[in-house]
Design a protein around this ligand. Sequence first.
Ligand code: CA
Ligand code: CA
Ligand code: CA
Length: 163
Amino acid sequence: MKKIVLQLIATQVNPKDVADLRKLFQTIDVDGNGSLTLQELQRGLQSLEGGPDLIIKIMEADLDNSGELSYTEFLTATLSEDIYMREDYFDAAFKMLDKDNSGKIDLNEMLSIIGSGDSKKEKAVAQAIHEIDENGDGEISYQEFMMMMANGTDVEERLKKSL
Ligand SMILES: [Ca+2]
Ligand SMILES: [Ca+2]
Ligand SMILES: [Ca+2]
């Protein structure tokens, strides 16, 4: 779920904010075909400190399981919380999901983004919403959305303190 939102943000992000990541992508993409294979990632990152962990994290972003990473998938994996927790991006992602402008995201709105028709996927999304939905109204409010995105980041600590 968080990954889906991150991918939404990755498609919207201002190129200026991710110039370093763009450069890194181009460095790793040795054959310049616009996508990264595991081999390219290993060659490019293995020697870096924390490289092997980063490679695993990046390969997890291969959302369509093609075995290669597009630039968007790469961004999804490497976007830092400084960027995706920025209010403008964060707001834009929420608004993209909240199609009817009700101020809440429901199951249908989620499915319209990730595509319905796959009952396994639908169940996974319903389950994810259930976990995020703290007040149990079946929808995700802005507050709940924020908690989900902040999960596992420093921002989460700050939010908890402010509640
Ligand atoms: Ca390549
Ligand atoms: Ca809505
Ligand atoms: Ca709710």
